[in-house]
Write a protein that binds this ligand. Structure first.
Ligand code: ZN
Length: 220
């Protein structure tokens, strides 16, 4: 195993524990992966593990084009199809985070797209391009993967009805930050809907945020 792969395993473990500690995943739900730089392979969470129990050696090395498990004995996440399809669609993507947080599920199941507003957006400016709602499909299916890559053709995240949200980034840490901000924005949207109508930031401000993301070298 290369040092790069070992470091990536350790970074994935840290990101997973952090998502768990922040209450963004529960039980064994959700999954994360990271592309091994310069290869057509990724390291992905095994099925059935809680994020807080993950160790670096638990992640499975999977071929992005064939989904063949190249290293590891456990079963890869059932959502391996959309992780690999997102890496195929986004050659610069280095990480994928998929979680089932409360407010993303609420908003997505209401059939509402996230209105862009609030200060959290400044933490993940690439999201200012928009956070589409993907079409519903059963978890773990090719159809779900197809719906998601379709929704995320030009966007680094999406909401998934009756399910959660997914985000990508150039690194696994960037993907995790995007996913956390999607949930923060979903919470703000949901709470505002309880008392009124969400009001978006001006389009000129959203354009500036997208430019900021590009200038920072983030995935846009
Ligand atoms: Zn899921």
């Amino acid at each position: 195993m290369t040092d790069i792969e070992q470091q990536l395993r350790e970074r994935l473990t840290v990101v997973g524990i952090n998502l768990f500690d922040e209450g963004l995943t529960y039980g064994a739900s959700g999954n994360i992966s990271a592309r091994v730089p310069g290869t057509d392979t990724c390291l992905i969470k095994p099925s059935g593990y809680r994020f807080c129990d993950l160790e670096p050696e638990h992640f499975l090395l999977v071929d992005i084009n064939t989904m063949e498990v190249l290293k590891g004995n456990a079963k890869p996440s059932i959502e391996t199809p959309f992780h690999t399809k997102l890496y195929q669609q986004w050659p610069e993507a280095g990480g994928v985070v998929h979680i089932h947080p409360e407010f993303s599920i609420l908003l997505a199941t209401l059939g509402k797209e996230i209105v862009m507003m609030g200060v959290d957006l400044y933490r993940a400016p690439a999201l200012a391009k928009g956070i589409p709602l993907s079409k519903f499909a059963m978890p773990g299916t090719e159809k779900l993967a197809d719906n998601m890559v379709d929704a995320m053709k030009e966007h680094v995240s999406c909401l998934m009805p009756h399910h959660g949200c997914t985000a990508i980034g150039k690194s696994i840490e960037e993907a995790a930050k995007n996913a956390k901000v999607v949930e923060a924005l979903a919470e703000l949207n949901y709470k505002i809907l309880l008392v009124g109508e969400p009001s978006p930031l001006p389009q000129s401000m959203l354009d500036i945020l997208v430019e900021t993301a590009k200038n920072k070298g983030l995935l846009v």
